[in-house]
Design a binder for this molecule. Structure first.
Ligand SMILES: Nc1ncnc2c1ncn2[C@@H]1O[C@H](COP(=O)(O)OS(=O)(=O)O)[C@@H](OP(=O)(O)O)[C@H]1O
Length: 358
């Protein structure tokens, strides 16, 4: 009897332990798999889990974290996996590049050297940039952030995702939209003497005309008709874009000055490595792009690249960069310089940099 009672007590204890152990195991498995599932999901896509596509679409359209739901998320039943398989899967796939919204934007200024800056930055292994201008914030904003994300190159955690669209700098809706995407977005602005910039802009427009003899001269377009070279036509795009202080004021309503980097277009040609050192510091990157990446091509008259991704030989930027400018009457140039002087001074004060445009 004594032994029977003791044995029963012992097996009752064992049963309690077994039930307790089993319950703990079940709870642990549920919690662990929930946690792993959300991680695995992050590997497949940077977008949030989607359960009710329509409700989510309504909420998410045009919010940076939003997803306008074209793909359904495939949930993998991890419970059937062994722990080792799970970890191998996660560690392998967390190194898989995914498309993300940009961390940094080259927002302008048109014809100041924005392509050169982006191509130089692409030499850096920690930078990935969209090849062509995306125009999301000025032309395609209605398409939503998921459209924008898909235009970005896939990047690994820690790499900087970028794009350049020079018209962002002068489009009034853009600063607020960029802030809505991510208030910490880093903004790069290449600037060049506004008079040379206007001539460059005109040269590009002329080069696109099929019949150039129909194109009015730069002098005709830059000044109000019948005023000779005295009244500058500020409604003409190539002139208006060069009033940098006015455009910058709009950006400073949404972003602190420290989030903006002003790159000198002139210095980017004269000393690309020095300018690139500033840019890499600003983006928090190691200074990988240095003098050894550039050589001066005297035929082109510009710095060119020793090599770049997919192009192992020395090469320059394309034919549309570094065009010959037409002759412009010196009086017109002087008058334009006079026109820009107060705006340039204001711009120097705002940025704390004297760009040296006379
Ligand atoms: N390395 C190098 N090679 C060639 N060109 C160079 C380089 N660095 C700066 N630049 C200057 O870039 C000017 C074109 O500016 P953008 O690239 O901003 O033009 S665009 O707005 O994207 O059309 C272009 O203007 P133009 O000289 O009028 O063609 C160049 O002066």
């Amino acid at each position: 009897m004594f032994w029977n009672g003791k044995a029963r007590r012992l097996s009752y204890k064992k049963l309690c332990f077994a039930v307790f152990g089993f319950t703990t195991l079940v709870i642990y498995t549920i919690l662990f798999n929930n946690c792993v599932l959300s991680k695995v999901h992050g590997v497949f896509s940077a977008e949030p889990l989607l359960f009710d596509r329509d409700t989510f679409n309504k909420k998410a359209k045009n919010t940076a974290s939003g997803y306008n739901g074209e793909t359904h998320v495939r949930l993998i039943p991890l419970i059937t996996w062994s722990n080792n398989t799970k970890y191998r899967f996660i560690s392998k796939n967390s190194l898989k590049p995914i498309r993300r919204l940009p961390d940094a934007l080259v927002i302008g200024v048109k014809k100041s050297g924005t392509r050169a800056l982006l191509e130089f930055l692409r030499l850096h292994p920690d930078v990935r940039a969209a090849g062509s201008e995306v125009h999301f914030f000025d032309k395609y904003y209605h398409k939503g952030f998921n459209w924008y994300r898909k235009k970005m190159p896939p990047t690994l955690e820690g790499q900087v995702t970028m794009e350049k669209t020079p018209s962002y700098f002068v489009t009034k809706e853009v600063p607020q939209r960029v802030k809505q995407m991510n208030p910490s977005t880093k903004l790069l602005i290449v600037v060049r003497d506004p008079v040379t910039r206007a001539i460059s802009d005109y040269t590009q427009a002329a080069s696109k005309k099929k019949n150039r003899s129909f194109m009015q001269s730069f002098e005709c377009l830059a000044f109000v008709k019948g005023t000779g070279f005295s009244v500058v036509d500020t409604s003409w795009g190539p002139v208006r874009i060069g009033v940098y202080a006015r455009h910058l004021t709009k950006w400073l309503k949404y972003f602190p000055l420290k989030q903006l980097l002003f790159v000198s277009g002139e210095r980017l040609i004269r000393d690309p490595a020095a300018e690139m050192a500033r840019v890499q510091d600003f983006l928090g990157l190691k200074r990988v792009v240095t003098e050894k990446h550039f050589y001066f091509n005297s035929t082109k008259g510009f710095p060119c690249l020793m090599k770049s991704e997919g192009r192992p030989r020395p090469h320059c930027l394309g034919k549309t960069k570094g065009r010959n400018h037409p002759y412009i009457n010196q009086k017109a140039i002087e008058r334009l310089k006079e026109f820009y002087r107060p705006f340039n001074l204001r711009f120097y004060q705002m940025t704390g940099i004297n760009f040296g445009w006379s």
